[in-house]
Design a protein around this ligand. Structure first.
Ligand SMILES: Nc1ncnc2c1ncn2[C@@H]1O[C@H](COP(=O)(O)OP(=O)(O)OP(=O)(O)O)[C@@H](O)[C@H]1O
Ligand SMILES: Nc1nc2c(ncn2[C@@H]2O[C@H](COP(=O)(O)O)[C@@H](O)[C@H]2O)c(=O)[nH]1
Length: 206
């Protein structure tokens, strides 16, 4: 289906910096809106229900799956996460650009439904730096960090399936690349819509 808004999907192994990059993009670009996912993971640190995530119980998540409330959902690092269909469809239909921060399984599901979605994969510059970012963040236990690093190998092997890969070594450089992808997509779709309108006009199609 063709919607007036754009859909951007950002995936990365845990700790590569996708939340930091998306947050910085949102501060700079008011046309981009985040989507708040549902998860069965308990909140950590200062996280608030409805801000970082909608934190739901297993039965609540089951009910949403059964009711086809998710455009995609997946098991990630031992918890379930899903993107609400309603939240994104309504907003891109109104012309907003929506950005999803989800894992690679979800990103691939989204592309199957929204062929125009732009998939962006964020890579860390090295394994050492990935580990050190997870440790410095200080939000996960040593056991959780090991699980996330173990899963990172499988996740990074999916990077080639994405439309763009951004290496997050220097933060400002990676943010510049992310902004460039968003900008290029807007120009591309604006040009396509103009060309289609011109063709409709010349063929006298209402
Ligand atoms: N370019 C960078 N250089 C150094 N540190 C960075 C860089 N980008 C992000 N970080 C830091 O790395 C840590 C992990 O970043 P962030 O939480 O954004 O990762 P994430 O990919 O969203 O992880 P998760 O999937 O677990 O939420 C944070 O402490 C963040 O401040
Ligand atoms: N498939 C989905 N993956 C999601 C969604 N929301 C978040 N995520 C991914 O889960 C991991 C872990 O996140 P964390 O906040 O617990 O560190 C990370 O890769 C997220 O991108 C979603 O709706 N669908």
């Amino acid at each position: 289906m063709d919607y007036p808004g754009n859909l951007f999907v950002v995936a990365a192994p845990s700790g590569a910096g996708k939340s930091s990059l998306v947050k910085a993009l949102l501060e700079l670009d008011s046309r981009v809106q985040p989507s708040v996912s549902h998860t069965t993971r308990p909140p950590r640190g200062q996280e608030k229900h409805g801000r970082e995530y909608f934190f739901v119980s297993q039965p609540e998540f089951d009910a949403m799956v059964a009711g086809q409330a998710f455009v995609e959902w997946a098991h990630v690092h031992g918890n379930r996460y899903g993107t609400s269909r309603k939240a994104i469809e309504e907003r891109i239909a109104e012309g907003a650009d929506v950005i999803l921060e989800i894992d690679f399984q979800g990103a691939i599901q989204v592309k199957e439904i929204f062929a125009n979605a732009v998939l962006i994969f964020i890579l860390p510059p090295s394994w050492e730096e990935l580990r050190s970012r997870l440790e410095r963040r200080g939000e996960d236990s040593a056991e959780v960090i090991e699980l996330r690093l173990k899963n990172a190998a499988e996740e990074m092997a999916q990077a080639r399936k994405f439309d763009f890969v951004i290496i997050n070594e220097l933060f400002e450089r990676a943010l510049f690349d992310l902004k460039a992808v968003v900008h290029a997509q807007r120009l591309k779709y604006a040009a396509q819509r103009r060309a289609r309108a011109d063709t409709f006009h010349s063929l006298n199609i209402d």
